[in-house]
Design a protein around this ligand. Structure first.
Ligand SMILES: Cc1ncc(COP(=O)(O)O)c(C=O)c1O
Length: 372
């Protein structure tokens, strides 16, 4: 059961989970959901259907409540010929890991009576929000950068969303979304601007522990705003409290694009927060995130895990993506390919990456621009 929402910068700042929440009203930092007295026995979970809602005691939902669900999560862990694994998030509804977070965020927002939903998106989050909004009967507006691949925009529109193309990158789209939320009363579900998308994404960590029988040795994750990294780090903390795992943690690796790598730059400089990257550019749409308010949490997770942050070129990511298609049969995007390219880069630099190594393919390539 949820006990409260806690500020990620100062745990003494708390607020109620029974009202709509955005960020900490004292310092603007992201809020995290805390649970009290939750018991989640592994054998009980094993007997449940293989969906991410099997961890419902550790999700913001009442025992008798139906989530706004399209069958999200429960994605396969596929072995590669090099011995690593791919957690294939392309197999989610709307084809990306974003469906996990949106299922939870829309479930809570609907329960708390929001009139409509809005978010900025690089593409995949908007598709997921549009689908879950349609399922919940809530109007959705999405702000996306003007050069977002057309299929992603059409997908949102097919679910009835109102899509607004804006100049600039996702942080600019975020300012439009915040303004629209203020003017219209729509609820803004931008990354880290409300506490529940993280809760959905943390189920990636829960599933890995189930699928591997313990924590992975290394997790390689394509990082934009850092939600996935932060969410899995939270999952491992909770799983330790639940008695599923001990204090051992995976080495977390954040992978960004050479043309837009605020977290890598801050990590290399030993900084606690990441300055915005000016003129960020990459063909990896999901990684074209020049800055955001989850930076401190992502950097903290990387350091606590004795992890790494690496940037790869678009060409290296594209080549590795094609290999995943051609030789492994996996529908990877460039973001997914970037994790394989980063693994090779780190190994060539002599990094120690304990097995099992899990690479994340975060989305399907089918909605991206057609390629030869
Ligand atoms: C395909 C894909 N991968 C990865 C990310 C990065 O997400 P985050 O770092 O917020 O978990 C995104 C975000 O837009 C994405 O669309």
């Amino acid at each position: 059961m949820i006990s409260h929402l806690e500020c990620s910068r100062d745990a003494t700042h708390r607020c109620s989970p029974h009202a709509l929440a955005t960020v900490c009203s004292d310092d603007g930092a992201p809020l995290l959901v805390r649970y009290s007295g939750a018991v989640l026995r592994r054998d009980a979970v094993l007997a449940r259907p293989w969906t991410m809602w099997r961890y419902r005691e550790m999700l913001p939902i009442a025992d008798d409540e139906e989530p706004v669900s399209l069958g999200e999560g429960a994605t396969p862990l596929i072995s590669l010929s090099n011995g690593a694994f791919v957690k294939d998030e392309a197999q989610n509804p709307t084809g990306s890991f974003k469906s996990r977070g949106m299922s939870v965020a829309v479930t809570v927002a609907k329960r708390l009576g929001v009139p409509a939903l809005v978010a900025p998106s690089a593409g995949n989050a908007g598709g997921a929000l549009s689908a879950y909004g349609a399922r919940a009967g809530l109007h959705v507006r999405v702000y996306v950068p003007r050069d977002t691949p057309g299929l992603l925009v059409e997908e949102m529109q097919s679910y009835g969303a109102d899509v607004v193309l804006v100049d600039g990158l996702i942080d600019g789209a975020g300012r439009f979304a915040a303004e629209y939320a203020r003017e219209s009363g729509a609820f803004n579900v931008a990354t880290f601007r409300e506490p529940y998308r993280v809760e959905g994404k943390k189920t990636m960590g829960y599933e890995l522990v189930e699928q591997l029988g313990g924590v992975p040795g290394t997790i390689v994750y394509p990082t934009g705003g850092g939600t996935g990294l932060v969410a899995m780090w939270k999952a491992f903390e909770e799983l330790e409290q639940l008695g599923w795992i001990d204090t051992k943690r995976p080495v977390m690796v954040a992978v960004q694009a050479e043309g837009c790598a605020p977290i890598v730059r801050a990590f290399d400089r030993g900084e606690e927060s990441a300055a915005r990257v000016e003129d960020g550019s990459t063909k990896m749409w999901g990684l074209r995130v020049p800055g955001g308010i989850g930076d401190r949490l992502a950097l903290r997770a990387l350091r606590e895990s004795h992890g790494h942050a690496v940037a790869v070129s678009d060409a290296a990511a594209d080549g590795a993506m094609r290999e995943l298609h051609r030789y492994e049969g996996i529908d990877a995007t460039e973001e997914g390919g970037a994790t394989l390219a980063a693994l090779r880069l780190l190994l060539s630099r002599g990094a120690t990456l304990p097995a099992p190594i899990v690479l994340f393919n975060t989305a399907t390539s089918l909605k991206y621009a057609p390629r030869a």
